[in-house]
Design a protein around this ligand. Structure first.
Ligand code: B12
Ligand code: SF4
Length: 658
C-alpha cells in the first residue's frame, strides 16, 4: 500500500519518520507531505493527486491546529480522495470522539504510538478484515457509528524500532547539518498542564522507556555518515530521569559508544527539568558536546509552580539556572506566567525572577489547557472552561490578574507569538552565538558575545518593565472602567510594537554579524569529513542569504521556538459563560470499546463527550456501549480580543505551553 504521511515539518517530523520506517518494514510505501500552515493545503492536495495514496495519515498533534487538519481532510475528500484517512498524535488520542464527530472526512484515529497500529490498520484495510480487531484504533464503523477499540500498550523495546526514515536535506543551523532524534519516550513528571503524562498513562505500560546507548549511538553514527549531521537535537520529553546515578550511567555509556564509533566533534541539545541538573551528568554531556539546554522553568512564582504541579520550588529553578549559567551553557526557557490561579502578586514575583535572569533568553505566555490534562479536568469541574476541545479558554480567577492578561494578550501578541517575532529571534540569537563558538571558534569574539548578552538583557528587561506597568494599571481602579481599559490597552500595544521594531532591528543586526563571522570562515572547526565540509560551506552561504525576517525554518537558521498564535475567542463579558462541552473526564470502561453516534444527533442518549482522562483504559474489546451524542457544531470563528469590551469574569485568549 502507499501511505501519504502529512504533518508539520517545522523540524523533521519524527512521528511521521518513525511511522514511515515501520510501514516500510512491513512492505508498504510511505511518502511525505508538509503541512506547516493552512496555506500548505494546496501542496498536500497536489501530492495526493500526483501519487495517489491508498491511505492518508495526518499527524494532528497540535490542539491549536486540529481544525486546520480537519479542514485539510475535507479538502482532500472534495478533491476526490476516496481512500482511508486516519489521524494520530497527542490531540486526537484524547479527542478522538470530537475529531471523528466533527470531521466526517476522517475515517479513523490512531491513538497513542502508531508504529504497530498504523501498519495493522493498513493490513486490515488491504485484507478487508474488521477494524474492531485493531488495538489502539478509534474509527467510524457501519452506519457512521464511532467505535473506540481498547488502547494499545506503549512500545516497551524502543531498540526494536527501525530508525526513522530520513528524507530531504538536513536542516542547517549556522551551516551545521542538524538531526532531530529521541533517546527515550515518556517522563516521570506529573505536571498538571502537560498532556504527556496523561498520554502515557492512558495507554498503559511503562511511562518512561529508554533506548540503549548503543542503539542511540548507532543512529547518530548513521546520521553523521549519511547526512553529515553534527548538531543533534534530542526531543525526548525529558532527557533525564531525576535519578542522577541512572542518568550518569546512561550518558557515560553514550559518550563511550559515540567515541567507539568515531562520532566526535558534535553538539547536543537536550531538554531538562531543573531538578535534573546534576553536575556530574552535565559534565559528561559537555564532554560529548552539550550546547543548548531547554530548561523547564515554567514559573517564577511559588503559586505558579504549585498550580502547574511542577514538584520543584523556586530555589530549585534558581539553582539550576545559576549552575548552567556558571558553566556557560546556552540555556533558555519559557514561563507560563499566567495560569488560572495567578494573582497580581504572583505575577510580580515571576517578573522579579525574570529580572534576575535577564541575560537568559526566554519567552513567556499563558498556560493553555490541553485536552487530557489534569488542569483541564480541574477547570471543567469548576465550570470554568469556555469554548470547546479545539481551543479551550478560561478566565483567571483574580479579576486584576485577568485584566493584566488581557492587556498582555493584545500588547505582546506580535512580540511573543510570531515565529520570527522579537522573543523567538532573541532565542535564536543566543543559539547562533553558541553555534559560532562551538563550530567556528576562531570567528567568535568576546565583543560579539557581549553584544549578544547586552541585547538579550535589553529585550528581556523591556518585557519586564512593560509588564510591570501593566500590573500597576491592572491594580488601579481605572482598569475597571471600560474606556480607560481600552485606551490603556491600545496605547500599550502601540508602544510595545514600536519597541519591537527597534529591538528586532538590533537582534537582526547582531544575528547578521554572527552569520557573517561564520560565513567568512572557509569551513567549520575540526572538519572530520568531506561531507561535513561541503554541508558547512553550503549552509553558511545559505544562511548569509536567508532573509532573517522569513519565517521559513527550513532555510533560516535556528528553528525558532514558535508559540502558536493565540486564539482570541473571547466571549463578550455580558454573556453568561457557555456551558463547557466537556464533562469530567472519566476513565474508559475497561475492556469495552466506546461508541459515539456521529451527526446528525441521536436524540436519545445524553451527551457524554468527556475527553479521556489520564486513567488507564486498557483492556480487551467485548461489547459496545450505547451510542452517544455528538458534540455541538464547531464554534463560530474566534472573536478578536481588541473588539472585546472590558475584562470579563470568564473567557480569555488561549496561550501555549513551552
Ligand atoms: C519536536 C516537538 C516540536 C517541534 C516541531 C515539531 C514538528 N513536527 O515540526 C517544535 C519545537 C517546532 C514544536 C513546537 C511546538 N510544540 Co511541540 N513538541 C515536540 C515534541 C517535544 C516531540 C515530538 C516528537 O517528535 N515526538 C517523537 C514522536 C515519535 O512521537 P509522537 O510525536 O508522539 O508520535 C507518535 C504518536 O503520537 C503517533 N502519531 C503522531 N502523529 C501521528 C500520525 C499518524 C497518521 C499516526 C497513525 C500516528 C501518529 O505515532 C507516533 C509514533 O509513535 C512533543 C512532545 C512529545 N512527546 O511528542 C511536543 C508537543 C507535540 N508540542 C506541543 C506544543 C504545545 C508545541 C507548541 C504549540 C509549543 C509552543 N512553543 O508554543 C509549538 C507549536 C509549533 C507550531 N507553530 O506548529 C505539545 C502538543 C500539545 C497539544 N495537544 O497540542 C507537545 C505534546 C508537548 C507538550 N506536552 O506540551 N514542537
Ligand atoms: S511538562 Fe515536562 S516534566 Fe512535566 S510532565 Fe510534561 S514532559 Fe514531564
Amino acid at each position: 500500500m502507499h501511505i501519504l504521511l502529512v504533518g508539520a515539518e517545522l523540524e523533521e517530523n519524527l512521528a511521521l519518520r518513525y511511522l514511515a520506517a515501520s510501514l516500510e518494514k512491513r512492505g508498504h510505501r510511505a511518502s511525505f507531505a508538509t503541512f506547516d500552515r493552512a496555506t500548505d493545503a494546496q501542496a498536500v492536495l497536489e501530492a495526493a493527486r500526483r501519487d495517489p495514496p491508498h491511505v492518508v495519515g495526518m499527524s494532528m498533534t497540535f490542539q491549536f491546529r486540529a481544525r486546520e487538519f480537519g479542514a485539510l481532510a475535507t479538502s482532500l475528500r472534495q478533491d476526490g480522495f476516496r481512500g482511508h484517512l486516519t489521524v494520530g498524535g497527542h490531540f486526537p488520542t484524547f479527542a478522538w470522539r470530537e475529531v471523528l464527530s466533527t470531521f466526517p472526512a476522517i475515517d479513523s484515529v490512531v491513538r497513542h504510538e502508531g508504529e504497530e497500529t498504523l501498519p495493522e490498520l493498513c493490513a486490515a484495510l488491504a485484507a478487508r478484515t474488521p477494524l474492531e480487531d485493531v488495538r489502539g484504533l478509534a474509527f467510524r464503523g457501519a452506519y457512521g457509528v464511532v467505535i473506540c477499540n481498547p488502547p494499545r500498550p506503549l512500545i516497551e523495546d524502543l531498540d526494536a524500532l527501525p530508525f526513522p526514515k530520513r528524507v530531504g536535506a538536513p536542516q542547517l543551523h549556522l551551516g551545521i547539518p542538524t538531526a532531530f532524534l529521541v533517546g527515550s519516550r515518556g517522563c516521570y513528571g506529573h505536571c498538571t498542564f502537560c498532556c504527556i503524562h496523561a498520554y502515557l498513562k492512558s495507554a498503559g505500560g511503562s511511562v518512561y522507556r529508554v533506548r540503549s546507548p548503543d542503539n542511540v549511538a548507532d543512529e547518530m553514527a548513521e546520521l553523521r555518515r549519511t547526512r553529515g549531521a553534527r548538531m543533534f537535537v534530542f526531543h525526548d520529553d525529558d532527557f533525564f530521569t531525576r535519578d542522577a546515578a541512572r542518568d550518569l550511567a546512561r550518558v557515560t555509556a553514550l559518550r563511550d559508544a559515540l567515541r567507539a564509533r568515531g562520532v566526535t566533534d558534535i553538539a547536543l541539545v537536550v531538554k531538562a527539568r531543573p531538578d535534573d541538573v546534576d553536575e556530574r551528568v552535565f559534565g559528561v554531556l559537555q564532554e560529548i558536546g552539550l550546547l543548548r539546554v531547554y530548561l523547564g522553568i515554567e514559573s517564577g512564582s511559588t503559586q505558579g509552580l504549585k498550580v502547574l504541579g511542577r514538584g520543584v520550588d523556586l530555589a530549585e529553578n534558581r539553582r539550576a539556572l545559576d549552575w548552567l549559567r556558571s558553566r556557560k551553557l546556552y540555556t533558555c526557557f519559557n514561563m507560563l506566567v499566567f495560569d488560572p490561579e495567578s494573582t497580581l502578586r504572583s505575577l510580580r514575583e515571576s517578573f522579579r525572577f525574570l529580572r534576575d535572569y535577564a541575560d537568559v533568553p526566554m519567552n513567556f505566555c499563558r498556560t493553555e489547557i490541553y485536552v487530557g490534562t489534569p488542569l483541564m479536568t480541574k477547570l471543567a469541574r469548576e465550570g470554568r472552561l469556555v469554548g470547546d476541545v479545539f481551543g479551550w479558554n478560561y478566565a483567571i480567577r483574580e479579576a486584576q490578574a485577568e485584566r493584566a492578561f488581557r492587556v498582555f494578550a493584545s500588547a505582546f501578541l506580535d512580540r511573543n507569538f510570531r515565529c520570527d517575532g522579537l522573543m523567538n529571534s532573541t532565542l535564536g540569537l543566543g543559539y547562533h552565538l553558541h553555534l559560532l563558538r562551538t563550530f567556528y571558534p576562531r570567528a567568535a569574539s568576546r565583543a560579539l558575545a557581549d553584544r549578544v548578552r547586552d541585547t538579550t538583557r535589553r529585550v528581556n528587561l523591556d518585557c519586564v518593565e512593560r509588564m510591570e506597568a501593566i500590573f500597576d494599571f491592572a491594580a488601579s481602579p481605572a482598569s475597571e472602567e471600560r474606556a480607560a481599559f481600552e485606551d490603556f490597552t491600545a496605547r500599550t500595544t502601540a508602544e510595545v510594537e514600536r519597541a519591537n521594531a527597534s529591538l528586532e532591528a538590533e537582534v537582526e543586526e547582531v544575528t547578521r554579524e554572527i552569520i557573517d563571522a561564520a560565513s567568512a570562515r572557509p569551513a567549520p572547526r575540526r572538519e572530520a569529513s568531506r561531507t561535513a565540509a561541503r554541508w558547512g560551506m553550503l549552509s553558511a552561504a545559505t544562511l548569509a542569504l536567508a532573509p532573517l525576517s522569513a519565517c521559513d525554518v527550513k532555510n533560516a537558521p535556528p528553528p525558532p521556538d514558535p508559540l502558536p498564535p493565540p486564539s482570541l475567542n473571547l466571549p463578550p463579558p455580558t454573556d453568561p459563560p457557555p456551558p463547557p462541552m466537556v464533562n469530567d473526564p472519566l476513565p474508559q470502561p475497561t475492556g469495552t470499546p466506546s461508541i459515539v453516534q456521529p451527526p446528525p444527533p441521536d436524540p436519545l442518549p445524553p451527551p457524554m463527550l468527556a475527553p479521556d482522562a489520564a486513567a488507564p483504559d486498557a483492556g480487551k474489546p467485548k461489547t459496545s456501549q450505547p451510542p452517544r451524542r455528538p458534540p455541538p457544531p464547531p464554534d463560530p470563528l474566534p472573536r478578536p480580543m481588541l473588539n472585546d469590551p472590558l475584562p470579563a469574569p470568564t473567557g480569555t485568549a488561549p496561550r501555549p505551553k513551552p
